[in-house]
Ligand binder design. Structure first.
Ligand code: ZN
Length: 133
């Protein structure tokens, strides 16, 4: 999987959620079919920290169950970097648990918030083609 498509209304909802949670890092899941995201599921950052996140395990469990019930696939995990950088941190790489699932980083770029998608494998990352349409 080298490409991910996020419809613009879903991308907007994710970035609105991320901005609403500032100054904390926020996180959640993106699910859909093939390479297209069809739903976003925000998950509480249990750490309520501006520099790290940990998805609330009960919310995560329920979200994964819902994705299965809807017969969708987990395509990505998003989280924000309120102070950058616009790429996975060393901790993100070290603690990544979902091979094949995209890591979406939301970050501020002057007055705008943007997102980039990455694949984390073998202790390194590669940027994916992210289409927001
Ligand atoms: Zn991170």
């Amino acid at each position: 999987m080298g490409k991910l498509i996020i419809p613009i209304d879903i991308a907007t909802k994710v970035l609105d959620y991320v901005k609403e949670k500032l100054p904390e890092e926020s996180c959640g899941l993106l699910a859909g079919s093939d390479i297209t995201v069809t739903i976003e599921i925000p998950i509480t950052n249990q750490l309520h920290s501006p520099i790290k996140y940990f998805m609330d395990p009960m919310e995560l469990f329920k979200a994964l169950e819902m994705i299965e019930t809807l017969k969708l696939d987990l395509l990505g995990i998003f989280h924000s970097h309120p102070k950058g950088p616009p790429r996975p941190s060393e901790t993100d790489i070290k603690e990544f648990l979902y091979p094949g699932v995209a890591t979406i980083i939301c970050y501020p770029d002057s007055n705008n918030w943007k997102m980039k998608a990455f694949l984390i494998e073998h202790d390194c990352y590669t940027e994916m083609e992210l289409v927001i349409e």
